[in-house]
Design a protein around this ligand. Structure first.
Ligand code: MGD
Ligand code: MGD
Ligand code: MO
Length: 616
């Protein structure tokens, strides 16, 4: 197997790859249009498959040729060497078993659906879909992203993958649920939803299992909007998040390990999730809260479920209702599971119907697709660069994940072990840019855009391209002074999916020169530190802060007293210049906190202070 990574930036995945093509940010649409032209010119099409199982091929190819007729043009558009592309295209053309796996580098773009279509076009044109080792494969991110779609958890879909635009689908759902008032139009997608709260069109919002104050573009405005909204209800399993702090009503929920139900992964595999531990405190299951809410509205009878299996059976029945093989999502064979059978359900891939009660490992292998004609559609793609490539700021900011944190850190930041991988917000900067901007490795830097800022530690690396920066999405106001990267991201979205362009924001970069820095260990959780930079990390016992200030501290004792919990005893050291300060507080003869502060670069090196107090 050969592995090729298409990513503007060098990532850990490149360690296992044969080649990394560092294309220009956002240029993937051109690359796949170029590939389609190449396949047509090099006799690498599957004419038989195109003729019998596809529609729209000629238009798609004509458009690809208009934009990217040859390798030279495509290479130029993608910022790659012609030889690199020749290598990739000829491999693709001659390798029958080729997979294209893609995720947010494709989707999070103002033309994300076009890019996905450009990829799918190449696979359809070669008949490489639904065959062993040969398919386009969109990797959904959330463990249950697919499951969320099945139940209609997107604003632009009905339950069971049905479509608002199809009158038959509306009628199917209306009649199944005997719901004459069924919504008939798409709802508002995330970014539009917040716009509607801002204009007062929406006055009450219920946020369940997401942290938009951190993860949506224009995050500062999202926060402001939530503050203004008349009623904000938040259901979360963690008490203090940047979003729960803005709630009028906070509903504590259970989470993974406490829940009982099913989840579905990227390959359509439905798995039982069984609770391992009891719900703590007042926490309740999300489904129970929703049913209670429905009851208060007067719909108690329709929502009188007593166990998740009852909800699952109804969900399965809807998927098969008036389906007749026309809709892909069909698990009707599971509609009569008993509670015991549900508990024992082994992982199974949908469709699961009377015709295929064991599930379906592979879709589309027979060349039949879920369109009225049964043919797959190629779509002409007019490739575009990111909307934000033009605009203020010298740098294009790319954002994404790191290995050992999950999204807004509400759960993963509770683990000291996971924080050992990376315990600070950072910014990857190309050496040339670092030099021009006067940034040294491990200096603090500030990114600016939209009147907002992000402070992180510089990581100088030739893994990012000159003119581009990378910052992680994880840190936020719970964990650091100014590290919510989405405050810098513009709310530009894809017209079809509504997905924000989170990988290509224009930002400015400023080198910061700290006047002092410090390290603090505390047994008890603390209030926010009174300095310009801080980042908090959980320890096995207590917490550790890294601190920095850009102004000298005139009186360390006063600074400490204003912030740290009062202690009956304290030890202090201050050098004659008033630069190095060490202090420790004791209560009941026990060490409560230790502070080591000093001039830049004069702190003890970190290892002894990593995850426990042993270093002391
Ligand atoms: N550890 C960890 N794992 C996770 C998550 C997590 O929070 N933590 N989240 C999960 C979720 S919900 C998701 S959606 C997935 C996301 O999984 P991925 O999509 O793999 O993750 P990202 O880090 O968002 O971005 C992927 C890559 O896209 C690249 N990229 C940026 N711009 C472009 C471009 O124009 N073209 C191309 N080809 N690439 C580009 C970035 O440099 C980055 O390396 O991860 C899932 N897995
Ligand atoms: N700039 C930039 N922004 C991005 C991205 C990016 O790459 N770049 N990626 C985007 C992507 S792909 C994603 S998926 C989002 C993720 O963004 P979010 O979904 O906002 O992030 P999470 O931290 O996963 O938020 C989940 C919340 O639900 C809570 N929770 C966990 N389990 C349960 C439960 O069972 N019930 C309830 N009610 N609550 C629960 C958690 O404590 C947490 O507060 O971020 C998006 N934002
Ligand atoms: Mo995601």
């Amino acid at each position: 197997m050969k592995v090729v990574v298409l990513d503007p930036r060098r990532t850990a995945t490149c360690d296992l790859a044969d080649r990394h093509l560092a294309l220009a940010p956002g240029s993937d649409g051109y690359l796949f249009n170029g590939l389609l032209s190449y396949l047509a010119d090099h006799d690498a099409l599957d004419r038989d498959f195109i003729d019998h199982h596809c529609e729209g091929f000629d238009e798609a190819l004509a458009q690809a040729r208009r934009q990217c007729p040859d390798i030279a043009t495509t290479a130029e558009r993608c910022g790659l060497e012609a030889a690199e592309l020749e290598w990739l295209f000829s491999r693709f053309a001659t390798t029958e078993r080729s997979l294209t796996l893609y995720s947010q580098g494709i989707n999070q773009s103002s033309s994300g659906t076009d890019k996905a279509n450009a990829i799918i076009n190449c696979h359809l044109a070669t008949g490489r879909i639904g065959k062993p080792g040969a398919s386009p494969f969109s990797i959904t991110g959330q463990p249950n992203a697919m499951g969320g779609r099945e139940v209609g958890g997107l604003a632009n879909q009905l339950a069971a993958h049905m479509d608002f635009a199809d009158p038959d689908h509306l009628e199917t759902v209306r009649s199944f649920w005997q719901a004459p008032n069924l919504a008939e139009r798409e709802g508002r997608k995330a970014v539009d939803l917040f716009r509607a709260i801002e204009t007062g069109d929406i006055k009450a919002v219920w946020i369940i299992g997401t942290n938009p104050a951190v993860s949506l573009p224009d995050a500062a405005r999202v926060r402001q909007t939530l503050k203004q909204c008349e009623l904000v209800v938040v259901s979360d399993c963690i008490a203090r998040t940047d979003t729960t702090l803005l709630a009028d009503v906070l509903l504590p929920t259970t989470t993974w390990a406490e829940k009982n139900g099913t989840v579905t992964n990227s390959e359509r595999r439905i798995s039982r999730q069984r609770s391992l531990v009891r719900a703590p405190g007042e926490a309740r299951h999300d489904w129970e809260i929703l049913c209670d809410f429905a009851a208060r509205l007067g719909y108690g009878e329709a929502f009188g479920y007593r166990h998740p299996v009852e909800i699952f059976r109804e969900h399965a029945a809807l998927s098969g209702y008036r389906n007749g093989g026309r809709r892909d999502f069909d698990i009707s064979a599971l509609a009569s599971l008993s509670e015991t059978q549900y508990d024992a359900l082994a992982p199974i891939q949908w469709p699961v119907t009377d015709r295929c009660p064991e599930g379906t490992a592979r879709l589309f292998g027979d060349g039949r697709f879920f369109t009225p004609s049964g043919r797959a559609r190629l779509l002409p793609v007019e490739a575009r660069l990111p909307a934000a490539t033009a605009g203020d700021g010298d740098f294009v900011l790319n954002t994404g994940r790191i290995r050992d944190q999950w999204h807004t850190m509400t759960r993963t930041a509770r683990s000291p072990r996971l924080l050992e991988h990376s315990d600070e917000p950072f910014v990857e900067i190309h050496p040339q840019d670092a030099q021009c901007s006067g940034v040294g490795d491990a200096d603090l830097v500030r990114l600016e855009a939209r009147g907002q800022r992000f402070i992180g530690r510089a990581r100088i690396s030739d893994g990012v391209q000159p003119g581009t920066l990378f910052a992680p999405i994880h840190w936020n106001d719970r964990h650091a002074a100014a590290a919510c990267v989405d405050a810098l991201v513009a709310p530009v979205t894809d017209p079809v999916s509504g997905q924000p362009e989170s990988k290509h924001s224009r930002v400015g970069l400023v080198a910061l020169k700290q006047c002092w820095q410090g390290l603090l260990l505390s047994l008890e959780p603390l209030e926010q530190p009174p300095c310009e930079y801080w980042v908090r990390a959980a320890l096995e016992q207590g917490e550790r802060y890294r601190l920095a200030g850009f102004e000298p501290v005139a009186d360390w004792r006063h600074w400490v007293e204003a912030w740290l919990p009062a202690c009956e005893d304290r030890i202090e050291l201050l050098d004659s210049r008033g630069v190095h300060y060490r202090a420790a507080g004791f209560r009941d003869g026990r060490l409560q906190w230790v502070l080591i502060a000093g001039g830049d670069g004069e702190l003890p090196s970190h290892p002894g202070f990593r995850s426990n107090w042993d270093g002391l």
